[in-house]
Design a protein around this ligand. Structure first.
Ligand code: G4P
Length: 290
């Protein structure tokens, strides 16, 4: 990952976000719609305290639409406003200011009742690295903003970006660390491209990706690679996963001496195609099992 997270970094990141909370009305928590759990900071509730929160499921163009709907329901059930967007094309990004205003409606009504003219709703976008924060800020702003890394003394010289008349955004997103406790979280982040491959072994990442595909999207896998293998019944058994990876490699001509399958090359193909959406729109974590 671009940032190596140590306890000191985590404390600083938390403090920086908490400094900014004083300036804003609500936080926009950006998650990856393909992995809403793994892309979620484990301490988000503690960090955002009682700030109103809008959950945005980003990269929804790459996620399974039915699963995304289920996640939206899930988050709403928990009391959060939630919307799925594609920041790369801007799909539904334009609805965010209205939702933000809706979240603040009671406060706005109170101000109006007191004769105060309510100002634009002020928000901060928070999320783990590579989840799409800068892309979303640029979309909301309607132009390319020079998004800077976090600076000390955040309250000084803070820039507000206008999003229409009713919303303002801090120009610096809040960068949070992902979960570390569960190793599968790291592999899911790597599968979706959120963390760099060099940190984890490419064959390991592809192994877990293949396992997820067998369990959740077997028909898609068969269709994409034309494999003729039986669907493994036990995906806890490593050799069953490797057998499918080898079948994919053979179909793609990834062979080395002795007719053996080049698993490294095969892994590269699986991951590239998965990340580029060539296997269709996939979600690796279901709201129903959460
Ligand atoms: P960050 O600020 O949270 O670190 O993330 P950033 O906006 O830099 O986005 C990380 C990657 O995710 C970028 O791709 C970006 O284009 C892509 N991305 C962001 N939002 C969406 C979305 O809604 N849908 C899709 N499909 N992709 C999204 P990249 O490969 O790193 O760069 P590039 O190919 O765009 O140059």
């Amino acid at each position: 990952m671009s940032i190596q997270w140590f306890p000191g970094h985590m404390t600083r990141a938390r403090r920086q976000i908490q400094d900014k909370l004083k300036l804003i009305d609500l936080a926009v928590e950006l998650l990856d719609a393909r992995i809403p759990l793994s892309s979620r900071n484990p301490m988000i509730d503690d960090i955002l305290l009682n700030k109103p929160r809008l959950i945005v499921l980003g990269k929804s163009d790459l996620a399974d639409p039915r699963e995304t709907e289920a996640w939206i329901e899930r988050f709403k059930y928990e009391g959060h406003e939630c919307i799925a967007v594609d920041a790369s094309t801007g799909t539904r990004v334009g609805e965010i200011p209205d939702l933000a205003r809706k979240l603040m409606q009671e406060k706005i009504d109170r101000q109006i009742a007191k004769g105060i003219n309510p100002r634009a709703v002020r928000a901060l976008i928070v999320g783990i690295p590579n989840v799409g924060k800068s892309t979303l800020i640029n979309r909301l702003a309607g132009r390319n903003i020079a998004i800077t890394g976090d600076r000390p003394g955040v309250t000084k010289g803070q820039q507000w970006i206008k999003v229409g008349k009713e919303m303002e955004l801090l120009d610096t997103p809040g960068i949070l660390w992902p979960k570390f406790e569960d190793p599968i979280v790291g592999y899911r982040l790597a599968m979706t491209g959120a963390i760099k491959e060099q940190i984890l072994d490419i064959e390991d990442i592809a192994f877990y990706a293949t396992r997820e595909l067998i369990n959740r999207y077997w028909d898609t896998l068969v269709e994409r690679y034309g494999i003729e293998e039986e669907r493994p019944t036990d995906t806890e058994e490593a050799e069953n996963i490797v057998r499918i990876m080898e079948a994919i490699g053979r179909k793609r001509g990834c062979l080395i001496s002795g007719g053996r399958v080049d698993l490294e090359k095969t892994s590269g193909i699986i991951l590239r195609e998965l990340r580029a959406g060539k296997l269709g729109r996939l979600t690796l974590e279901s709201a129903s099992t959460y």
